[in-house]
Write a protein that binds this ligand. Sequence first.
Ligand code: 4AD
Ligand code: MG
Length: 443
Amino acid sequence: MVKTIFIGDVQAGKYDGQEVELMGWVKRSRGSNKIRFVVLRDSTGVIQCVVKKDAIGDESFEQVKGALIESSIKITGMINADERADGGHEMVATSIVIVGSVNPEHPFPITESAMKAADGGETEFLLDNRHLYLRTSRMTAMLQMRSTVFGAIHNYFRDLDFTEYQAPNFVAGAVEGGSTLFEVPYFGKKVYLTQSWQLYAEAAMPALERLYTIAPSFRAEKSRTRRHLTEFWHAEMEVAWATNDEIMSHGEGVVRKIAGDLLENRSTELESIGRDLELVARYADSPYPRMRYDEAIETLQGMGVDVEWGQDLDYSKEKVLTQDFDVPHFLTHYPKIAKPFYHRVDPDEDKYVLCHDLLAPEGYGEIIGGGERTWSEAELLARLDEEGTDKAAYQFYIDTRSYGGVPHGGFGLGVDRVCSWLTGADHIREVIPFPRDSRRVSP
Ligand code: 4AD
Ligand code: MG
């Protein structure tokens, strides 16, 4: 049987005065030997159900009294609009079936007192119980907003006739430098988990011209910051014939679309976790300015930050720089020495590359990295040599230049980062169901 009635619709007033069946989980329960107030939750909301012994009979009533938190139940009853009730409606039960009960010997472990008493602190306790923590209203809202973000990205690219394209996750070479590669034993050889879809997307660029993906990427990040995971979801795109400016327009377009879709479809969830909707509206409606790396360095130095020209900007620097941004800003023209071989050298001034990072405001920092690619074969070979990179693993990549190379570019957007910035989460692990970092791969 497929469920047809959701609590959200009941609370929206669609079933006033009707008898309906609800299915869900017990969030709270209290009462006496004659009447119980069971707060039921499902994926769409909560509602209080008034359960009277007289109405449902002695046997059922005893079962309801024994139904602990997170027991699953089916409950039939009348829906009454009542201003005093949470959500504006209440159910008066006529029958109840306990579907999955909870053993009193091990009640639902996530309680206020257990969180306070936990040896390793509340955060670790909740991560240990992540599989159950997903059921809380905060995580439910996060996961629903995350789904909206994924949908917005797919829709942005599909509306523009991009082809969705998949690359392998086992790879022979690095994209983003060797320091964050995960090594995997592979039938007597060593291979790596991919850091990015990009190189394999560039191989398909002459076939598809406009392509995108949303896929996991892997980075052996030892540092545990509020925006780093070892396994993260990466939305990447690649476009033939495109310039850095055109790629930035797509980056701005997709981020504004995500903000807009969240606002349109998930404002209740955003508000439920305390997000200021005006900020999200601003990120959807306002254009994103562009500034050069050099200007950012000067700004930081002017603020007394110890930073030198030539360094890539890490989290601590981006945090300071973006604290006063009102909207995301693109930083362009990073020094060549700060970026990997695939970034195209600026033909006007060869100490820069034609690249961009999109830095989110509120002290968040980088959410997108992208730019034009080194597209001539000669330049690519020179860049690999300059970096001292062994070319063997990149022969297929060099071939894309040897056979009709064209200017092209693309970007990668950290989906979990965008979720955590737009929802105002304190930490990236709040927005992914089972976060992975250097210390944790379970549950
Ligand atoms: O800037 P990155 O390293 O760029 C690339 O991987 C390019 N190959 C993408 C491309 O042009 N196709 O990573 C892109 C984005 C970052 O801006 C960040 O949002 C996210 O991926 N990211 C991470 N997100 C979470 N945890 C991590 N450890 C991340 N590393 C990168
Ligand atoms: Mg980057």
